[in-house]
Design a protein around this ligand. Structure first.
Ligand code: IMP
Length: 219
């Protein structure tokens, strides 16, 4: 371990001396040796766009794979992701990840949470705005749980706190994006570019955690 750390430190010294990012170069070499393709099991193209933007610098090719897996009814997103990992790893042998997310609204006792997909498909953003009509507490958060399978399951999480807007604003993104305004922003996710949304979002944070893991090299 000490040898690895001193090797890393010398790389940083050398890279600043010759003004070249050797550390990133070595990360890319390591990642390329161990993993060139990483499958993202999802039917959501918006999620794939966000993942590609975050993992771009690693030179890992993200390949979307639409493999149906059962989303069990559970109150915990982690449980849902672990079940999906287990199910898909029986059918698919290359390294892959999947992601499950939910919107939790304070005034509605964390509803829709794990039922976010069903609620979006049924009452949609208009329905959520109607449920909150006249309520002053519009606090909400998004949570993302990424499950990576690479010789075993590993979980990465991210949370984005914010508010439900008073109206639908913006046309970018997907799902609840036009009604969710993250903390420290005057815009909804629906008004942001992929890069900007990633800098605030639950998925962006979970992806950052996965990137840190991938940078260390994977088996
Ligand atoms: P799932 O993770 O694909 O099951 O998503 C659950 C529900 O939340 C779906 O209706 C998604 O469209 C919505 N959703 C998930 N992530 C986001 C997001 O980043 N922005 C807006 N809606 C989202």
């Amino acid at each position: 371990m000490t040898i690895i750390l001193s090797f890393w430190a010398s790389l940083s010294d050398l890279s600043s001396a010759i003004n070249f990012d050797l550390r990133n170069f070595f990360i890319r070499v390591i990642v390329n040796i161990f993993m060139e393709e990483l499958y993202f099991i999802t039917s959501n193209k918006g999620k794939v766009k966000e993942a590609k933007e975050k993992l771009n610098h690693l030179d890992i090719e993200i390949i979307q794979l639409e493999l149906d897996y059962p989303e069990i009814q559970a109150s915990d997103l982690k449980e849902i992701a672990l079940y999906g990992l287990d199910f898909c790893s029986e059918k698919f042998k290359s390294p892959f990840f999947l992601e499950d997310s939910g919107l939790f609204i304070e005034e509605l006792n964390s509803f829709p949470g794990p039922y976010s997909r069903y609620v979006h498909e049924t009452i949609g953003n208009d329905g959520i705005l109607k449920l909150l009509l006249g309520l002053s507490n519009r606090n909400a958060y998004f949570k993302s749980v990424i499950g990576l399978y690479n010789n075993g399951p590993i979980i990465f999480e991210g949370v984005s706190r914010g508010k439900i807007s008073n109206e639908i604003i913006g046309k970018s993104g997907f799902g609840y994006d036009p009604i969710f305004m993250p903390e420290n922003s005057e815009k909804t996710f629906g008004e942001m570019s992929t890069e900007e949304k990633n800098s605030y979002s639950h998925r962006g944070k979970a992806l950052d955690n996965m990137v840190k893991y991938l940078e260390k090299g994977v088996e």
